[in-house]
Write a protein that binds this ligand. Structure first.
Ligand code: F1P
Length: 359
């Protein structure tokens, strides 16, 4: 439901799509295990083989996050590449790896680089191809052996938000089913319910925070698969507000880039469970340097709570792969409201096209 607020910010389809994520996840994921493509992949996902996740832009960061959570859940080797690397550097991409299974990710199912990568894998390297898209009757589905389609997650917007989180959740669910992760459906339900109960409050808090702060730099930090979620969050503030943003592995930020930290530096920490202690030490150090701290955590410790200028907690207790999707939501909202504050229209971002089609 769209909020009743009269704020002009709330009239856009991009914001509506961001706020719709809990219910869209529910409608996309709960029927997924019965889908033919999902079932076809279960056997492959259970047997040990290398997996290569491929995408462009947001869909590449999705590929990275999916690869990281795939290895966490199944213990099988998984990696991610932009489609351009598959096309231009096939040797480095190791496409002849025995038993390789590829996953080509594309919201539109039309991106030229993604389609060309799928064709190269299928025709030249005889690599098995699974597609995942939000578009019905897509070119991608015609190219891949099987394709997972999530039409409920598609967007009217240029910028990918719920398509990113829904396709990521679908791939996490595929890995979790293959790994026979216990209480899978309850974990999904817990995350959907937790976010549904708080996303409107998050939206209000981000809008208020953006109204009272002006930043020169945006930094997004995460370790493990959360690094790829940080990269996606950084892309959102760039796409929707023309702000320059950078993402780093949290502990890497100390090794030089921290030199820019000042009060006008907005630093978003996506805090993992595995690396909480080490990541918290970086957070406290950046607070001492004068940075403005936004923290996203499942459950924040006291020191994080005290040091954060803005804190988002889900309090689900689920394992890390199930937190990747909801952890990008604060970054989506920050990008959206920053764009509106700069009198831009996130529904029609400058210089962007919804699909990159090459001649
Ligand atoms: C990939 C993509 C998007 C980006 C923009 C242009 O699209 O790069 O990530 O936000 O929409 O296209 P797709 O292959 O996932 O449709």
């Amino acid at each position: 439901m769209m909020p009743a607020s009269s704020s002009p910010a709330r009239g856009s389809h991009t914001l509506a799509e961001i706020l719709s994520q809990p219910e869209v996840w529910r409608s996309c994921l709960h029927g997924l295990p019965q889908a033919a493509a999902f079932q076809a992949m279960q056997t492959k996902a259970r047997s040990r083989r290398p997996w290569l996740f491929i995408g462009c832009g947001t869909s590449f960061y999705l590929a990275e996050a999916a690869a990281g959570s795939w290895s966490q859940l199944t213990g099988h080797p998984a990696r991610a590449l932009p489609a351009s690397e598959v096309l231009l550097f096939p040797q480095s991409a190791q496409l002849a790896e025995p038993g390789l299974q590829s996953v080509i990710i594309s919201r539109s199912g039309r991106t030229s680089e993604a389609l060309r990568a799928a064709e190269l894998l299928r025709d030249k390297y005889k690599v098995a191809t699974l597609g995942i898209t939000c578009a019905l009757q897509s070119e991608l589905a015609k190219t891949c052996e099987s394709t997972i389609v999530l039409p409920a997650a598609d967007e009217k917007s240029m910028v990918m938000t719920r398509s990113f989180t829904s396709m990521l959740f679908a791939l996490v669910q595929l890995a979790a089913e293959a790994a026979a992760v216990p209480n899978l459906s309850s974990s999904l339900e817990t995350v959907e319910t937790a976010l549904a109960s708080t996303i409107e409050k998050w939206n209000d808090r981000v809008e208020t925070f953006v109204a009272s702060h002006t930043f020169a730099d945006y930094i997004y930090l995460g370790q493990g698969p959360l690094f790829s979620v940080a990269r996606e969050a950084a892309l959102k503030v760039t796409e929707m507000s023309h702000s320059y943003a950078q993402a780093y592995h949290t502990l890497e930020f100390r090794h030089g880039p921290k030199s820019i930290v000042a009060p006008h530096t907005c630093i978003m920490f996506l805090l993992s469970e595995s690396g909480m202690q080490a990541e918290t030490e970086v957070l406290l150090e950046m607070k001492d340097l004068g940075g403005t701290i936004i923290s996203v955590s499942d459950r924040a410790g006291d020191s994080v709570r005290q040091a954060s200028d803005l804190l988002f907690e889900l309090r689900t207790g689920v394992s890390e792969p199930f937190l990747l999707a909801p952890f990008v939501v604060p970054g989506q909202l920050l990008g959206y409201h920053t764009g509106v504050k700069k009198a831009l229209n996130p529904d029609e971002p400058k210089n962007l096209s919804r699909v990159v089609l090459l001649d």
